[in-house]
Design a protein. Sequence first.
Length: 132
Amino acid sequence: MNKKAVKVLVTLQMILLGAALLTSVTPFIPLILAMVVGGLQLLLGAVYVIGFWNCISSSTKQMLSVYWGIVFAYFGGGYILFEILNVNDELLLIPAIGIPIGLAIFFVFITDKMKSDKLVHVDEHLADIIDA
């Protein structure tokens, strides 16, 4: 993946995130767009970690590790609260919506930072992945 592809992905994420934020005047459209953005970001995050871990800077690796830690803690905590403890409180909707929006903004920042990383040997690494 070259810098041009990363730039396209960052632009796509910014457009989707902007659309999700701009449509927040209606009750259901932002939730649907947030799910689309979240799914795309989880997929891209997995691709970055699996495919390009050796090609990104150490500071980006740290940020991706923090991102994945928060994602797992969010889903794990949500599962424990809602499925195991059967907590059903309307006040939990605020962090249930706010945390993913914060994660989306953080992930856009991470991918934007990747544009400045020296993605050395990315094409060779990608070819090794495809050939495997």
